[in-house]
Ligand binder design. Structure first.
Ligand code: 6R9
Length: 631
């Protein structure tokens, strides 16, 4: 059964109901799922704790809603279509029946290896179906998965393993990405030297490269599934048991583990997927994200599979073997809904329209965008050249913390405007706040974006540190969840996201804390102090600009810059490598010792004429020196 909205008046009607009677509204949506025991109460909440519970005391297993539920109705329908990095290698299709058996088999492996309800399992894998199978098998046995993007360094991986005290790591020998073959198992080996909790490592063989297998700890995926039964009785879970932990960057140093729980996340992922993309049975849907990010969790794995959709999983990159790869895949599988990031669109836009010419793209019905604000130029290019002006664009705003899309057009229903995420989904009560903490009502207003009522997909805590969750999201405005984004509501009541108002930067749609990058830079032995800011970047949206004070010893600036870049790659991963590093004699600080980032941002973006008020600076001369040495 689908709870799809079909018309604009239907949307307004549902929205109204979701606000006036939220519990009745979500109970109706939740009724279409399979629960082992129904809830006693739909919602229990306060934002002071925060303490939010959805579908209180209900019992379920989310994988029964993906697997058993579809087995006898659409068992032969492709659930996952896998397209490998190399277009000459054969792809794979797993029907819902295949997926059921694979997940059961791997659930039995997890049990055999001693994994129990509540154990944490790290998934550090390339984009292969086994990554999704691993997530679902964890959910099936009641283990909590934490997927770590396979581009993160061994240090970043070790931090995450330690933070959640993971018992097991699932990985691969290597990873194909474009023309490159990346060692993955070797990174895990290095990470495990800095951890003590991991007892078992299971390695999926993908590239066939040489790896070291540690006796008593490491086993091969293909050997461990051999002989395992392809049926498995799913564990009974509470609606508020943890489903997964996903680490994401905030404005302070250490990434935090965002916790999502089972019942609410399940209901919200499916509901938002069906409505935003207007998925119809039989459609082929493709989201190009990596499962290491929330977009991959909610809109490659959980949302589409809960809805019984066919979800494409692509191992490679948009420009390999050439800039037509995305479009080749769209034609090959007759993709109906295509969901990607503005940074990918801008990167392809730079290759012109020629790579599109060989492809018809006739199957496309809906185009989606996620991860960062989409600029108007990219929006128009996407709309004209990919969607042939025929396909609505859904600009979907949401976050790791929100679990699912909160502000977006419903495809083909909500009239769109370039660069606008348009209107909130049913159940989402937005508030725009001014700096004094007053809600701005009416239209044509701009401020900080908050949410004033719980929704089922929201985070419940940050792992191991509830206080941090309270401080980060619920302290800035009383009784409101603060998103960290600035927003404008225009004269039509449409929402346009303006970007982060905190010290989080968004590089190619990847969230990064400036403090996190600074900490990595400071690991270089000759670095004395650093300050990192974002600046507008044509393809990436934002680039990373680092100002660094160094003890030069006998190094050249050039040497140091490249060493610092290597340090960051080693500590976090290539995605955090600064685009520009400027060695500076000092940083603009106030008398109380605070770095005036406003000035550093202005220099980085090249607006040098008006530095604003610099009277509180300890040493105004530093600003002149920084301007003179701009890179
Ligand atoms: C899903 C995801 C969240 C941050 C968010 C915002 C930015 C995401 C956006 C967007 C403008 C959109 N963001 N979607 N900004 N328009 N359609 O990306 O989660 O990685 O946690 O990032 O990304 O700044 O606060 P996450």
């Amino acid at each position: 059964m689908s709870d799809r909205i079909h018309t604009l008046s239907g949307y307004f009607h549902e929205y109204q109901k979701s606000v006036s009677q939220p519990e009745e509204f979500w109970a109706r949506i939740a009724d279409s799922f399979h629960w082992k025991k129904r809830w006693d109460k739909v919602l229990d909440w306060n934002f002071e704790g925060p303490d939010v519970k959805w579908f209180v005391n209900a019992k379920l297993n989310i994988t029964e809603n993906i697997l058993e539920r579809h087995l006898f109705t659409i068992g032969d329908r492709p659930a996952i279509i896998w397209e490998p990095n190399d277009p000459n290698e054969a792809g794979r299709t797993l029907t819902y029946r295949d997926l059921y058996h694979e997940v059961c088999r791997f659930s039995n492996v997890l049990k055999a290896k001693g994994i129990q309800k509540g154990d944490k399992v790290i998934i550090y894998m390339p984009m292969v179906p086994e990554a999704a199978i691993a997530m679902l098998a964890c959910a099936r046995v009641g283990a909590i998965h934490s997927v770590v993007f396979a581009g993160f360094s061994s240090t970043a991986l070790a931090d995450r393993i330690n933070d959640c005290e993971a018992k097991m790591v699932l990985t691969s020998d290597g990873n194909f990405r474009g023309a490159k073959k990346i060692p993955v198992k070797a990174v895990v080996d290095e990470a495990l030297e800095k951890t003590t909790t991991v007892k078992e490592v299971i390695v999926y063989q993908r590239t066939g490269q040489d790896v070291q297998m540690v006796a008593g700890r490491d086993s091969w995926w293909h050997e461990s599934v051999e002989g395992q039964s392809d049926t498995h009785q799913a564990e009974e879970m509470d609606s508020e048991d943890m489903l997964f932990i996903l680490y994401t960057s905030g404005s302070t140093g250490k990434p935090k583990g965002v916790v999502h729980t089972i019942g609410g996340y399940m209901v919200y992922a499916k509901y938002s997927f069906e409505n935003v993309f207007q998925y119809s049975p039989g459609d082929v849907y493709w989201c190009t994200a990596d499962i290491g990010w929330i977009t991959g969790h909610s809109y490659i794995v959980y949302g589409p599979l809960l809805a019984g959709a066919t979800s494409i999983m692509f191992e490679g990159v948009p420009t390999f073997p050439d800039a037509g790869r995305f479009w080749a895949i769209v034609d090959k599988y007759q993709v109906n809904q295509f969901y990607t990031a503005p940074t990918a669109i801008r990167a392809l836009q730079a290759h012109g329209t020629e790579p599109l010419e060989a492809y018809s793209l006739d199957s496309l019905k809906v185009l989606g965008s996620v991860g960062e604000p989409i600029n108007e130029e990219a929006w128009h290019w996407y709309h004209t050249h990919v969607g042939k002006t025929r396909c609505p664009i859904v600009d979907t705003w949401w976050q790791t913390e929100t679990g699912g899309i909160l502000v977006s057009p419903l495809a083909g229903i909500t009239p769109t405007k370039p660069a606008y995420a348009t209107l909130p989904l049913p159940g989402i009560q937005l508030a725009i706040m001014d700096p004094e903490g007053k809600e701005l009502t009416g239209n044509s207003v701009e401020g900080n974006l908050c949410i004033k009522f719980p929704w089922p997909g929201m985070l419940r805590t940050t792992y191991g540190d509830h206080e941090r969750c309270q401080q980060t999201y619920f302290a800035a405005y009383k009784n409101k969840y603060f998103t960290g984004d600035g927003v404008k509501r225009d004269h039509d009541g449409y929402y346009r996201i303006l970007g982060r108002v905190d010290d989080v930067i968004n590089v190619s749609g990847h969230r990064m804390g400036t403090a996190e990058v600074e900490n990595a830079i400071n690991e270089h032995p000759l670095v004395i102090e650093s300050a990192v800011v974002g600046y507008p970047h044509e393809v990436k949206g934002q680039g990373i600009y680092a100002y660094v004070i160094c003890d030069m010893k006998n190094r050249t600036a050039e040497n140091l810059v490249s060493e610092i870049k290597d340090t960051v790659t080693k500590i976090i991963g290539p995605i955090a490598k600064p685009d520009k590093i400027q060695i500076v004699p000092g940083l603009p600080k106030t008398r109380s010792g605070k770095i005036m980032r406003r000035i550093l941002r202005k220099v980085a973006e090249g607006s040098l004429d008006n530095m604003g008020d610099t009277s509180t600076l300890l040493d105004p001369e530093v600003v002149e020196q920084i301007i003179a040495g701009r890179v």
